[in-house]
Design a protein around this ligand. Structure first.
Ligand SMILES: Nc1ncnc2c1ncn2[C@@H]1O[C@H](COP(=O)(O)OP(=O)(O)O)[C@@H](O)[C@H]1O
Ligand SMILES: [Mg+2]
Length: 239
């Protein structure tokens, strides 16, 4: 990590962000939010509240109609395409609909994410094995992802998001198809990544994963932040 990055304590900053869809859907309205480096944060709220839209703005899959989105001090609206590509390599996104390559094997889906960031073959092999072991998918390494259950596909998408040890992890309903044991494995992995310094945003309506948490829980309703549960002593710990 460079000096300048280390100095920047805020990883995600949204200032009065608005996102509208025609004819009259306000997916996000005046959302302001600041997330520290090394913080884990739950973004909750009912279906349609705006959780996915918010995560998509953070990796510039979508653009805001109003307001400012900054990642690690960089205004996404002002970055060149090249800089955005560089930034995306530091972000791991686990999509709500997984976005796996159905005809490719589990191992290929995960390895591809690391090949585009030019990781060494030895790292790719080791990292794929570790993640699949940790997520209980050891026996599926050579299976086509199209042949997996939804819960297995979900875990592959999480493994892919974590593969590059990203600085920012965006997880969209990451436990939606998982049983209690797999949910626990996923949350343990997220926590380990947070401890090494990653910033993690988890969009979820699964209250079991945030009911007893010490992390910040933020509720969205109709595109607005309506409630924040503040917890202390858990942010920026690695610094
Ligand atoms: N591409 C789109 N076109 C039109 N409306 C959309 C689009 N994406 C999301 N929406 C609407 O924006 C609102 C927020 O959606 P979303 O961010 O997916 O919520 P959540 O993830 O909390 O369920 C919903 O009313 C949804 O129907
Ligand atoms: Mg969603």
């Amino acid at each position: 990590m460079t000096e300048s990055r280390r100095e920047n304590r805020v990883m995600v900053e949204l200032i009065k962000v608005g996102r509208f869809y025609p004819p009259d859907i306000e997916a996000l309205t005046e959302v302001s939010l600041s997330v520290s480096r090394g913080e884990m944060l739950f973004l909750t709220g009912k279906s349609g509240a705006g959780k996915t839209t918010l995560l998509r703005l953070l990796c510039k899959i979508e653009l805001p109609d109003k307001g400012l989105v900054e990642i690690d001090g960089m205004d996404l609206g002002k970055l060149s395409r090249h800089k955005i590509q560089q930034l995306r390599r530091r972000i791991g996104m686990a999509y709500q609909d997984f976005k796996l390559l159905p005809e490719r094997t589990v191992a290929r889906n995960i390895a591809l994410a690391m090949e585009v960031t030019y990781q060494k073959k030895s790292f790719i092999r080791r990292q794929t094995k570790t993640l699949l072991d940790r997520l209980g998918l050891k026996s599926k390494v050579h299976a086509r992802t199209a042949d997996l259950s939804r819960g297995e596909q979900q875990r592959v998408s999480i493994a892919r998001a974590l593969a590059n040890n990203p600085d920012l992890i965006l997880a969209d309903e990451p436990t939606g198809n998982l049983d209690a044991e797999s949910t626990c494995r996923v949350m343990e992995l997220f926590d380990e990544h947070r401890r090494r310094g990653a910033t993690i945003l988890i969009a979820t309506h699964d209250s079991s994963i945030y009911a007893d948490t010490d992390y910040r829980v933020l509720e969205l309703k109709d595109g607005r932040i309506v409630d924040t549960k503040e917890n202390h002593g858990t942010t920026g710990e690695q610094e």
